[in-house]
Ligand binder design. Structure first.
Ligand code: ADP
Ligand code: MG
Length: 307
């Protein structure tokens, strides 16, 4: 193969370019990828056409080398691709492998909505879930995912993860949501006490409605830390009750996590409202929905937050 870079260097020498630039262009044409491309298209390219392409070749090699040296470029995340189209060189910018991975990740993340929960939960994964002492929960999670993915339009009972502070209930919910997201399923993880406060603060305004609607209708809902606050009759009956009723009717997967067992949730949370009034029948109605939607798994283990 003829040294096209050298040959073109001679061509450039005849031009009135400044010596510095000529040197740079010559180096660019010496790039092996450029040489290979020229060799492939040599028959269709006249020297005049090569000369006109100098700036494109120079651009391509400059950006390519910047990326190789780990420097930032004018188009971060994109890689230059040189091609010959209609007797001229063209530089196109295509997303780099890294950018594609980042985009894919952002897409997966967008399928898990977190309401008042830390972003770090996006990293939670079943693969990293330490199983010792949590076998039942881990198995139930895997089983749910398998069954849900097999028949996403059928009803699947979610999990009610109960257990003391720090055993990994929230982490496991997030790991399930992240796994489902990788399979295109949309979930929402809601920190229930904060959600209740948010709604109370906007009582009487129409701001509430879209949020309640979203929580009602999301394909997979996870109510985290239910039972950790004091419940008002309004939140119990008109928010929680309405959401759970809808999800039962529409057969939508619903999870809970709580420091309280289902039995305690009924007796210690749902029955007595924040004004101290006992409303056992109303509490019972909510509890029936919770029990229909989820099965209880007790998680035990040490408090991982102290580590
Ligand atoms: P809970 O919701 O039960 O109070 P968390 O899910 O918040 O507990 O877990 C407490 C801490 O331990 C968090 O920092 C979490 O990231 C970590 N963690 C919990 N369970 C696991 C696990 N099985 N594997 C790895 N990290 C875990
Ligand atoms: Mg938690």
């Amino acid at each position: 193969m003829k040294d096209i870079g050298k040959e073109f260097g001679k061509e450039l020498a005849n031009h009135h370019w400044n010596e510095n630039y000529r040197q740079l262009v010559k180096q660019a044409f010496a790039d092996p990828e450029v040489q290979a491309l020229i060799a492939k298209h040599r028959s269709e390219l006249t020297n005049e056409e090569l000369k006109r392409s100098a700036s494109k070749v120079y651009e391509f090699v400059t950006i390519k080398n910047q990326l190789k040296r780990g420097e930032s470029t004018l188009a971060p995340g994109y890689e230059p691709k040189l091609s010959v189209v209609n007797h001229t060189f063209e530089v196109a910018y295509v997303p780099s492998q890294q950018l594609l991975v980042e985009r894919k990740l952002a897409e997966v993340h967008s399928r898990v909505k977190l309401l008042n929960l830390p972003k770090s939960l996006r990293q939670a994964s079943l693969a990293d879930f330490e199983i010792a002492g949590r076998e039942r929960a881990a198995n139930a999670a895997t089983e749910f995912i398998q069954q849900y993915l097999a028949t996403p339009h059928e009803f699947h009972q979610g999990l009610y993860l109960s257990g003391s502070f720090g055993v990994g209930k929230t982490y496991l919910l997030a790991a399930i949501a992240n796994q489902l997201a990788a399979e295109n399923i949309i979930s929402m993880l809601v920190h229930f006490p904060s959600f209740a406060v948010k709604l109370k603060n906007s009582i009487g305004t129409s701001q509430n409605t879209p949020l309640i609607e979203t929580v009602k209708k999301v394909p997979v809902l996870m109510l985290d830390d239910i039972g950790a606050d004091q419940l008002s009759s309004w939140i119990r009956d008109d928010v929680l009750g309405v959401i759970l009723q809808y999800r039962m009717q529409e057969q939508l997967a619903t999870f809970f996590s709580s420091n309280l067992s289902q039995q305690q949730l009924l007796g210690e949370y749902l029955t007595v409202n924040n004004r101290g009034e006992a409303e056992p029948l109303k509490a019972q109605r909510i509890m029936e929905r919770v029990r229909y939607l989820s099965r209880e798994i007790v998680m035990i283990g040490q408090n991982r937050r102290r580590q």
